[in-house]
Design a protein around this ligand. Structure first.
Ligand SMILES: [Zn+2]
Length: 130
């Protein structure tokens, strides 16, 4: 099926147009791994990420912070879970850098744990047994 490449597959929002040679934030996300070849806006990318996470035992996220405290987000900044605790273990990595261990709860009530290299860095999440 032919789809518009200038609008979000999921919600129909029209993407910003950029002049030739534009370098920077494109304003959309491509999903080559999805059968529908989706191109979606960031809010819809967050919706897809949350749906994927709901089915996952492990998930890739970013450790971040908002006004209420530490959070785990999608790459577009959508909140996946709120951290109940974040513990820095100093110098634990082979190169002497710290690692940040967290426990978190997603909006659907699922519990997660994992670690990352720090705020603004990627983190690996694992679904907790309970
Ligand atoms: Zn959308």
């Amino acid at each position: 099926m032919m789809r518009s490449r200038n609008a979000c597959t999921d919600c129909g929002a029209v993407f910003p147009t950029h002049p030739p040679g534009y370098i920077g934030d494109r304003g959309y996300a491509d999903y080559p791994d999805y059968a529908d070849g989706a191109r979606v806006c960031y809010p819809c990318a967050d919706v897809r990420a949350r749906a994927d996470m709901a089915k996952a035992l492990r998930f890739f996220a970013y450790l971040g912070r908002d006004a209420r405290g530490p959070i785990l987000t999608t790459w577009t900044g959508g909140i996946l879970a709120r951290c109940e605790s974040v513990t820095e273990r100093e110098g634990i990595n082979f190169d002497g850098t710290s690692r940040f261990y967290f426990r978190a709860v997603a909006p659907d009530g699922s519990r997660w744990y994992g670690s990352g290299a720090g705020y603004g860095m990627h983190a690996r999440m694992h679904r907790a047994k309970r």
